[in-house]
Design a protein around this ligand. Structure first.
Ligand code: MN
Length: 442
């Protein structure tokens, strides 16, 4: 398995002359995530986050500061061409950026091309052709399965197949864009007929996103041993879910309108290169579980294919924010609760000849830890709405209410290395708006 290598860009001793980059919880000089942003009053362009600043990559390329061939693909409003480059070219860009930000001799040339991130607008980093969501968080799959089938939570295919479904790319939005409460069909278990209206069981799902880099041609599977070469990077992903619609619509073809009204991602691509120090062994399967079929098995993937990332979810109600209260942490847990690695997900997706393209996005599925304090959705935390959560204002939550802000966080950690974060992945829930041209609140 060709995972990116650790090099001088990961050196914990490397510091930056950019103010407040050293010690920054998300974007120290060891991270260098790519995104698309608009500076105040400017058009969208490529950038890299460093501390509290964003470096204008398009302007840097025009100024001759960046190496070819990366410099030639940084003039657009999406990063698909950068993601499609071979790893060696992306590594060359990363090493150059690390040098520009750490060597004070470059300060005079670089500083004028920095923008305060707080003054900029983040955009989606890529034109996302296709989005697929998986279900590899085994504790989540077990918890959700138990709600439906207490004696038999995991279906027989789960331990052989990385289960997934095709999602909706058009409704993916970057952090900060509000989420309108969706409207749809639901049927209460004791009701004779379904009804339509705003979701009463709006939930989030804590997931990682996997950005596809180099694609594969239609009809040509990606061997598991080459799968890492097709992953450009990672982000946070919130797969907003209307549980009442989901329960009614999902048989027999799986999630549809319960999921596709919006998906929120963190706008920065934390590169596969940046993640090099944070690769860990895939946890061994429990005694008695089957070994993956050969097309999903690779020794190198098992040795280094998982990611040492700590995940958190925070909630604040409108009243909490009005009263100046800190968000409530709903959960904290590791990303290592994935039953399948990112590489297995990619190899499986392409195993039938399905072509993946640069800028495609794959969700892992909800990543819940084994215990309740690490559950990655309200469906699990509240046991389907039965066990309400108390907020510091005295308010209670079974599911998300209008005005709630939900924020996901991720930090990659490893002994001897500087931790790197994924940046913001948050959104506020707004009231449902229109149904068949009639305002829902009338
Ligand atoms: Mn999901």
């Amino acid at each position: 398995m060709n995972f990116p290598q650790i090099d001088e860009t990961h050196d914990p001793a490397r510091s930056s002359w950019v103010e407040r980059a050293d010690g920054h919880s998300d974007f120290p000089v060891q991270n260098l995530p790519y995104g698309i942003f608009s500076p105040q009053g400017g058009a969208p362009r490529a950038g890299v986050a460093i501390g509290t600043m964003i470096f204008d990559l398009r302007a840097a390329a025009e100024a001759g500061l960046l190496p070819a061939p990366a410099a030639a693909v940084l003039d657009g409003t999406v990063l698909n061409p950068l993601m499609a480059l071979p790893s060696a070219d992306r590594v060359a860009l990363r090493r150059r950026l690390s040098e520009l930000f750490s060597d004070a001799r470059w300060r005079g040339a670089v500083e004028p091309l920095l923008h305060r991130a707080a003054d900029c607008v983040p955009h989606l980093p890529a034109a996302i052709g296709d989005y697929t969501d998986f279900y590899v968080g085994i504790h989540h799959a077990t918890n959700i399965g138990k709600l439906f089938r207490p004696d038999n939570p995991l279906l027989p295919n789960y331990k052989y197949v990385p289960i997934g479904y095709h999602g909706r790319a058009s409704s993916i939005r970057p952090s900060g864009v509000p989420v309108l409460r969706p409207q749809g069909q639901r049927k209460a278990p004791d009701a004779d007929m379904p009804e339509v209206g705003p979701s009463q069981r709006l939930d989030y799902e804590l997931e990682l996103g996997i950005w596809i880099g180099a694609g594969n041609a239609l009809g040509e599977p990606v061997p598991i041993g080459r799968a890492a070469e097709h992953i450009a990077g990672f982000c946070l992903l919130n797969d907003w879910s209307a549980r009442d619609f989901q329960a009614w619509e999902y048989v027999p073809l799986g999630p549809f309108l319960a999921k596709n009204f919006q998906t929120t991602i963190s706008p920065w691509i934390v590169t596969a290169e940046a993640m090099a120090p944070f690769r860990i062994a895939q946890p061994g399967r429990p005694e008695g579980d089957p070994r993956p079929l050969p097309y999903l098995w690779d020794e190198g993937d098992q040795a280094k294919g998982a990611l040492a990332i700590d995940l958190e979810v925070h909630l604040s109600s409108a009243r909490m924010r009005a009263e100046g209260l800190e968000p409530l942490r709903l959960s904290r847990g590791p990303a290592s609760s994935m039953y399948w690695t990112a590489q297995q997900i990619v190899a499986h997706h392409a195993s039938n000849g399905c072509n993946l393209n640069p800028g495609d996005l794959l969700g892992t599925g909800t990543l819940s830890a084994p215990k309740r304090d690490g559950y990655g959705s309200l469906m699990e935390l509240t046991e389907g709405g039965k066990r309400r959560i108390s907020l510091p204002t005295g308010e209670e939550r079974a599911f998300l209410e209008d005005g709630d802000e939900l924020a996901l966080k991720a930090v990659a950690r490893a002994d001897g290395y500087v931790p790197i974060g994924f940046g913001e992945c948050r959104a506020v829930i707004q009231p449902a708006r229109f149904l068949h041209g009639i305002r829902a609140d009338n």
